[in-house]
Design a protein around this ligand. Structure first.
Ligand code: ZN
Length: 336
């Protein structure tokens, strides 16, 4: 049975891109005793290795879920104490307007806008109000360059659905931890569980992680948008319809053999899955794919309603299916 208190803790931790320290601390605590090697590299990725039984058919499998979340950074403090911001990662400005944000030091602010039309698209039109009315007063709490992220409490909805901030991609981190707990090293493959930094600003952490690991294959574990609610994205993914096996990712061409193996794995093990195509964005599959002399990649995703907001929604059933899939998939013999 999964420990959802851990997922709650992961979602509530501050971890805007480049400032993933708190998330990393939780993951390192959880990794204790679970794997053969753990290291943190220079840019902050956590790389955990669970060795397999070895033998000629054994592969080096890299799984990658990102620790970071989107947010904003202070670029100017106005004389009246309001903070002008720029975005870190793809922030929908409309998802921030009239909401609270939290800075790394715990300072809370409210996002306002001088121009309601501008608030829809232009982060530069937004400001953060921390309750100060002069620049001097504001600087006691927040400096130019400081980062803030969403305040997005954890709630359990009906039908096993969860709502919180940062499920993208703390849910993926949780999935990897739970899959690692089940890995007793009986499979043929050495499995690297990578918790990457800076995915939201260009899949940067996974680049250096893949260069170190030199995997035979890589699998990104991330979220993908739900398409069955009013939004401006189109596709066929739906929360609650199973783990999404990625068939289309604009940032990487998924390896035909690995995808077929993943679909077979779902069929053979009775894992509920859906076929997923992303038509925007990208994942850590892109950097694994183009690392070294080229790496075969695949991807799985948790379908996420209201992504990149303070109140994303995913399904516990999809999460369980994802844990099952990663467990069985990483124990397969890959014939390439
Ligand atoms: Zn993500």
């Amino acid at each position: 049975m999964e420990n959802y208190e851990l997922l709650k803790e992961l979602t509530q931790a501050f971890g805007v891109s480049g400032r993933e320290r708190r998330v990393r601390e939780i993951i390192l605590r959880e990794l204790s005793g679970l794997c053969d090697e753990v290291k943190v590299d220079a840019i902050g990725n956590v790389i955990a290795l669970k060795k397999g039984r070895g033998g000629p058919e054994g592969k080096r499998v890299m799984l990658c879920a990102h620790m970071d979340e989107i947010g904003m950074q202070v670029k100017k403090i106005f004389p009246d104490g309001r903070l002008q911001m720029c975005r870190v990662g793809w922030v929908w400005t409309s998802a921030l307007y009239h909401d609270q944000v939290v800075f790394q030091n715990g300072t809370i602010g409210v996002v306002g806008c001088a121009d309601i039309e501008g608030a829809k698209n232009d982060c530069g039109k937004l400001y953060v109000d921390i309750g100060c009315t002069t620049k001097e007063d504001a600087e006691k709490y927040v400096q130019v360059g400081d980062y803030c992220g969403f305040v997005g409490p954890w709630y359990e909805l009906q039908n096993g659905r969860i709502s919180a901030k940062s499920l993208d991609d703390r849910a993926g981190c949780f999935l990897l931890l739970e899959a690692l707990r089940r890995n007793k090293g009986e499979g043929p493959n050495d499995v690297y569980y990578v918790f990457s930094v800076q995915e939201e600003v260009g899949c940067r952490g996974s680049k250096t992680a893949a260069q170190q690991i030199r995997p035979d294959m890589g699998v990104s574990v991330d979220v993908t948008p739900d398409h069955f609610y009013p939004c401006d994205l189109e596709g066929s993914s739906a929360v609650g319809e199973g783990i999404s096996v990625t068939l289309g990712d604009p940032s990487a061409m998924l390896d035909e053999y690995l995808v077929e193996e993943m679909l077979s794995c779902c069929e053979e093990k009775g894992i509920k899955y859906q076929r997923g195509v992303m038509d925007r964005g990208g994942t850590d599959a892109s950097s694994m794919n183009l690392s070294g002399a080229g790496v075969r990649v695949a991807g799985i995703a948790l379908v996420d309603r209201y992504p990149h907001s303070k109140c994303s929604v995913i399904s516990k059933d999809d999460l369980r299916a994802g844990i099952e899939l990663v467990h069985h998939y990483t124990h397969r013999v890959f014939a390439f």
